[in-house]
Design a protein around this ligand. Sequence first.
Ligand code: SF4
Length: 430
Amino acid sequence: MLAEEGSGNGGYTVTDSNPTTGTGSSGNSNSSHLGPSSSRQSDTTSSMSPANGSRNQPSNANDGCVGPDSTNAGRASACAGCPNQNICSSGEFNSAEAQAEKMQEEADLRSGLQDVTHIVLVLSGKGGVGKSTIACQVALTLASRGYTVGMLDIDICGPSTPRMLGVVGQEVRKSGSGWTPVYVNENLSVMSVAFLLPDNDAAVIWRGPRKNGLIKQFLTETDWGNGEGIDYLIVDTPPGTSDEHISTVQYLRTIGGVSGSIVVSTPEEVSMADVRKELNFCKKTFVPVIGVVENMATFRAKLTDLTFVKNLNIDNDQEDVELVCTNEVIQLLREKCPEVLDLTIKADVFAPSNGGPRVMAEKFNVPFLGSLPLDPNLLKACEDGVCFVDHYPGSSAARPLNKIVDNLVKALPITENSTIEDIKEFKFAL
Ligand code: SF4
């Protein structure tokens, strides 16, 4: 069970009254996985160098930040006016203790993630756009294609992936090699704060440092793939660009960076305005954008999947009374015009603004991965925790979702020689 806010030393400790969960050192040392564990490590060497100036760069740093651990931190010309100038120039980040702590952190992260081939963040600027739906269904679809997949839910205050993957109420296990995540099936496992809570309705009311501590534990102590590693780690994030995003990106930058991000938006301006900030966050934190996904652009359903109702009391002040007449309507259509029964109905859910997410992606010079319609069967698959494309292969969102996963696999292929270099072309070209 998780400790109360403020009960740990500095808020970084997860206490454990349950023998199946808790803390421990990472023991994930297997290196036989297909993925480029060694590539990830060797690739990180240059990016870890203080000389490149980007490592551990705070998200509120000035452009041109030399890095708080640089010998020039706080004194470089780029530091003028930076909110961190005092602490950077104090040399605190360069003390022997800070350096030792940093090296230990890097070693733990490298050990915990060395057998993960690709790490993909799923981001959205705004809540309610279907980010977790897409993250979970991308993970289920990849697993259905035979890839080994991990799902990491870093939405500490609103974890929803256990429900969407059909594993609510299960517990993570503690073993000699770290936390064993919950297995959805043999090649898909999930880690979420929800598995550490005393009940499904428990609220997590934590400040930033406490959340960061748990995310670090997830990254360093989860035994992905039962010692054999995984092909894809899909990271479901909370909306916006909060502590969870910043700390995850900074931790991962320590060991070579995130492979890429999928950015989800609905087509209306209120969502896209926030997503543009998310894209700028990716640019500033050097997270390559694999692509933008448009969600819920239209409602699409087969005519035969609809429920027809007659509205009664429509002309008075009473609450409307509906009378379901689906059978009657379908029978009538079958007799009079059976050809329409094969049709799909379509309606705009949101008015697209300025060309919608596709045009926004063009303006940011990042790929557009695809557009998913609002499909009731997709929502049902998430409620039931099942793979949508397997259970509803003919449903309107199945082809677009498969295409999005095709594009993801094309961007981040799994081969014997996969390396993080493969994704260079997806980096921001702005
Ligand atoms: S003071 Fe300089 S080194 Fe420190 S965060 Fe700001 S820009 Fe970076």
